[in-house]
Design a protein around this ligand. Structure first.
Ligand code: ADP
Ligand code: MG
Length: 432
């Protein structure tokens, strides 16, 4: 029996002095201790009836037993089931294959690479926090995992915590709901290195910002290493509070931009070698010439050619390659977010429900969010004014008014563009 169940056994023995055997058998027979910390005892009981009886009728007995056993006051909480195991960050894998060794360095990323490496190797870091920013698909996540990998090799005793900004936020929300904020804080504060990927998601989410700020200060003062990645520099995050913006900016900012031709070609070579595939130089150059903005796409192209070769056999000629890649372009340009995605993200951004956003409310905040959602749907999809009107159950002149409202704000309000950029980026990084 583990320590928790042992405690529970003792508690039940004490409680049973005052409670009948039948009651004990009825109400205490399936409950288990989920967790027992310095402050709280959390009891797992799937039945809602039993949970409610335990907490309404027997809570004083349980607390008294704890007092008798351990001479201290404990909070007692009941849960229905174990919180779900949290997914690891990254695309379902642990990012072990993202290392400094397989990161191709060129002028567009050399500085970020060097900074990341320095941070991974030296402790305490001279560059704290390190803030790596750049558009999607250029290697930010790769560098973050490489830092963890390298730090793990150099300092095996280090406790490294790596999380996506979105996970951080969701965990925090859950922790607040379950009254477990302290555990949340401990998890993030009690580490030697905190690495947060895609921090831009927290912009404008006040309680998340505040929590990051606190954790950040604690770690910073303890000279622990902190690294953030983001799709834009702090000063371009419109909704970020000034306080946290200046905190984020006070370390080292390193940007990654789109790779030049030589770097793209080197990446193609590198990725094809990883797949044990030898591409001729003209094929490599062709890919590097045609896929220019995004390393993730370069990688996708190489994988596609590899799959093609596996399936069809033989060598890959230049004409094959242009065929295969043409297909890729088509897929790429065919991608558009759905109106639902846009509505969800806009609503989330303003902390209102998608239902309200679609509804009839005329409060200023909801109406403005609605204007923005309409505007973004027009921008990001091929839908007509009528189509957009139908989505919101309004006619096309209403949609037109909304669009001009947004356009007026773009020209009038200095930072409004950034708001649109924020939301668009959230839309594009859904389930990324
Ligand atoms: P971001 O986080 O900036 O959106 P990722 O780090 O996820 O981008 O990179 C996308 C893909 O491209 C990953 O598979 C990564 O390994 C690869 N990649 C990006 N930059 C490089 C590079 N310089 N060398 C090798 N692979 C790279
Ligand atoms: Mg990333």
């Amino acid at each position: 029996m583990d320590a928790n169940q042992e405690i529970w056994q003792h508690i039940k023995e004490i409680v049973s002095k005052d409670v009948s055997g039948t009651s004990m058998d009825t109400w205490f027979n399936t409950a288990q201790v989920y967790e027992f910390t310095a402050e709280r005892l959390v009891i797992l009981e799937p039945s809602s009836l039993k949970r409610s009886i335990l907490s309404s009728r027997f809570l004083p007995n349980i607390k008294a037993a704890l007092q008798e056993l351990l001479s201290a006051d404990y909070e007692v909480a009941f849960i229905e089931k174990k919180p779900e195991e949290k997914e690891k960050p990254g695309q379902g894998q642990d990012g072990d294959d993202y290392t400094f060794d397989n990161f191709v360095v060129g002028p567009s990323n050399r500085f970020a690479y060097a900074a990341a490496k320095a941070v991974a190797q030296s402790q305490p870091s001279q560059y704290n926090p390190l803030y790596i920013h750049g558009p999607s698909g250029l290697g930010k996540t790769h560098l973050l995992y490489a830092i963890r990998h390298e730090a793990g090799k150099m300092h095996p005793e280090f406790k490294v915590v790596l999380a996506r900004g979105a996970d951080f936020m969701n965990e925090l929300i859950l922790a607040i709901q379950n009254g477990r904020k302290e555990e949340f804080r401990i998890k993030y504060r009690d580490c030697d290195m905190l690495l947060i990927d895609d921090i831009q998601i927290i912009a404008g989410k006040q309680s998340t910002e505040e929590e990051i700020f606190q954790i950040f200060n604690t770690l910073f003062e303890a000279r622990k290493t902190i690294v953030f990645t983001s799709d834009r520099p702090p000063q371009e995050m419109a909704l970020l509070s000034d306080r946290i913006r200046s905190r984020l900016s006070m370390g080292l900012l390193a940007d990654i931009s789109t790779p030049d031709f030589e770097t793209r070609a080197a990446i193609v070579l590198n990725k094809s070698q990883q797949l044990n595939m030898n591409l001729s130089m003209d094929v490599v150059n062709y890919i590097a010439d045609n896929i220019t903005s995004n390393v993730r796409q370069l990688e996708g192209a190489v994988k596609k050619i590899h799959a093609h070769r596996e399936l069809m056999g033989g060598e890959v000629s230049l004409s094959n390659v242009s065929e295969i890649l043409k297909d890729m372009y088509r897929e790429k340009t065919a991608y558009v977010p759905t109106p639902d995605d846009i509505i969800d993200e806009t609503a989330k951004y303003y902390g209102i429900s998608p239902k309200d956003l679609r509804g009839k409310s005329r409060t200023r905040e909801v109406a403005q969010a609605r204007h923005i959602a309409m505007y973004l749907i027009r921008q990001l999809t091929n839908l007509s004014l009528q189509d957009v009107g139908r989505i919101f159950d309004r006619d096309h002149t209403t949609v037109l008014n909304s669009l001009s409202n947004v356009e007026a704000r773009i020209s009038r309000e200095k930072d409004f563009n950034l708001v649109l950029k924020d939301i668009t980026s959230n839309i594009n990084s859904r389930d990324d």
